[in-house]
Design a protein around this ligand. Structure first.
Ligand code: ADP
Ligand code: MG
Length: 164
C-alpha cells in the first residue's frame, strides 16, 4: 500500500485552483525529472502545463505540442529549480524510438519534463510524479485530482508541496 505521503488528493477544483496548484508545483520543482499529466481528452492537462510554464516566467505563446510532440522552454525558476522545461504530448507518438529523434533522451539530465500521454512511451520514460485529472459529471468546471509520487525525486517534490 502506498504510504500516505506518496499520495495527495483534492476534489472539486475549479480552473483557478488547478492553475494555482500548477504554479505551486512549478515553484517547488526540481531541476530535472518527469511529471506525468494524466486524464482524458479535455481533462485539463495542457491547461495545467500552461499555468506551470507561466509561473516560471514564460510570457510568449505556449503552443500545444500536439503535432510537434515536444515544445521546449528556457525558464527562470527559483534556486534549485529547472532552467529548462520540455512540454510533451505523446498522443501521436508512433514508436518509442521517435523519442531519440526528438532529442528528448539527451535532455533528461538537464530539463524538467511535463508529459501528456506518457503511456505512449511504453516505459522508455519513467515518471517521478504523476498528476491525474478527472472531470466531475455534475460540475463540468470542476476537476478531481490525485498526485502520486512514483520515485524518490517525486516524493521529495511532494513533500515540499506539503510543507509550503
Ligand atoms: N477546473 C478545470 N481545470 C482545468 N481545465 C478546466 C477546468 N474547468 C474547465 N476547464 C477547461 O477544460 C479544457 C481543458 O483542456 P486541455 O487543458 O486542453 O485538456 P487536455 O490537455 O487534458 O486534453 C480547457 O478549455 C479549460 O479551460
Ligand atoms: Mg493536451
Amino acid at each position: 500500500m502506498a504510504k500516505r505521503e506518496d499520495r495527495f488528493e483534492a476534489k472539486g477544483l475549479d480552473q483557478a485552483a488547478v492553475e494555482s496548484l500548477a504554479a505551486r508545483l512549478a515553484t517547488l520543482a526540481p531541476s530535472a525529472g518527469i511529471l506525468s499529466l494524466r486524464g482524458d481528452l479535455g481533462a485539463g492537462k495542457s491547461t495545467f502545463a500552461r499555468a506551470f510554464l507561466r509561473s516560471l516566467g514564460v510570457t510568449g505563446t505556449i503552443r500545444s505540442p500536439t503535432y510537434t510532440l515536444v515544445e521546449p522552454y528556457d525558464v527562470e525558476a527559483p534556486a534549485g529549480g529547472p532552467a529548462r522545461v520540455l512540454h510533451l504530448d505523446l498522443y501521436r507518438l508512433a514508436d518509442p524510438e521517435e523519442l531519440d529523434y526528438l532529442g528528448v533522451r539527451d535532455e533528461l539530465d538537464d530539463a524538467l519534463l511535463l508529459i501528456e500521454w506518457l503511456g505512449q512511451a511504453q516505459g522508455e520514460l519513467v515518471a517521478d510524479l504523476e498528476l491525474s485529472l478527472a472531470g466531475e459529471a455534475r460540475r463540468p468546471q470542476h476537476r478531481d485530482i490525485v498526485l502520486r509520487a512514483l520515485r524518490p525525486l517525486g516524493r521529495r517534490w511532494m513533500t515540499r508541496l506539503g510543507r509550503s
